[in-house]
Design a binder for this molecule. Structure first.
Ligand SMILES: Nc1ncnc2c1ncn2[C@@H]1O[C@H](COP(=O)(O)OP(=O)(O)OP(=O)(O)O)[C@@H](O)[C@H]1O
Ligand SMILES: [Mg+2]
Length: 269
């Protein structure tokens, strides 16, 4: 993973233009609870951005606003340099923003192909038509999985019988079928072993190398965030607390910024 970072930097800078996503001064209130207090986040093509912070810092709320699952109370949201109004996940999907939620939303009793095409099978008429479509779906699934270098995943085993890492990869592959520009992952390594987490890191790196912007919410600072991302945005109490280039910091420095010491206490008071 490490030797890619130089190429990565070049790729990001080559984009030159506006970020894919620029969210600025985002506020979100849930009744009297002020969950986001002027938070900002940019996502460029070709980069993996980590969004980190303590429990309740506002990370999930921020990515839900990004994904159209929540509406911001106020703030600015630009996509590819133009102001957009995202009122629903459908609006976000239409722009090319896909989200892989922590529960993955996979059906355990279905196989990889069925899960990849869940809810969007091209249904043919009659048994013959359906069989043709299954064949088409398998070809497409094989193509996407091999592009992601996941060609050894079984297409026919129920995903319930697969490992957590394999299921995570299928959930990411499903988001990629929509040829998105941005993929958001909420805690993709939470339930994974060290080596499975590394594989997810490799996978999102390959996606970024293909020009996607990746946003990853993670508590796994020491193993995952410092090894698998390009930039780290630290949130605290609904706002940005610190911003790092991943290569410039240690896990310890990131954790310190998350906790915030006395400064955090003052802000909370
Ligand atoms: N739907 C909601 N209704 C009311 N309050 C909410 C809602 N969603 C989040 N909150 C509150 O907003 C704040 C930020 O929550 P959020 O889930 O964004 O934090 P987080 O950084 O993702 O935390 P964690 O690391 O625990 O997942 C918290 O105080 C939370 O209780
Ligand atoms: Mg969360």
């Amino acid at each position: 993973m490490t030797d890619m970072s130089v190429g990565r930097e070049r790729h990001v800078q080559a984009q030159g233009a506006a970020p894919l996503i620029s969210m600025r001064n985002i506020h979100k209130k849930f009744g009297s609870l002020h969950a986001l207090r002027g938070a900002s986040l940019d996502v460029h093509a070709g980069e993996v951005v980590a969004l980190v912070g303590d429990n309740g810092a506002g990370k999930s709320t921020m990515v839900k606003v990004m994904a159209g699952a929540h509406m911001a109370t106020s703030g600015e949201y630009d996509f590819e340099g133009k102001p957009v109004k995202i009122n629903s996940p459908t609006d976000a999907n239409a722009l090319g923003i896909q989200t892989v939620y922590q529960d993955l939303a996979l059906c355990s009793n279905l196989d990889a192909v069925q899960n990849l095409f869940l809810g969007r099978e091209l249904t043919g008429s009659g048994l013959f038509g359906r069989r043709i479509k299954r064949a088409e779906c398998e070809v497409k699934a094989r193509e996407v999985l091999s592009r992601m270098r996941l060609g050894n995943l079984s297409l026919t085993r129920p995903v319930g019988a697969m490992s957590g890492g394999q299921r995570q990869n299928i959930a990411i592959a499903r988001s990629i079928l929509w040829t998105p520009k941005v993929v958001i992952l909420d805690e993709p390594t939470a339930a994974l072993s060290h080596s499975a987490a590394e594989q997810v890191g490799d996978l999102i790196r390959r996606l970024a190398d293909q020009g996607l912007g990746i946003v990853v919410v993670s508590h796994d600072i020491h193993n995952f965030v410092v090894n698998a991302t390009d930039r780290i945005e630290v949130m605290r109490l609904g706002a940005n607390a610190a911003s790092f280039r991943t290569g410039d910091v240690t896990g310890e420095q990131v954790v310190n910024a998350m906790v915030g010491g006395n400064e955090g206490v003052n802000l909370a008071g």
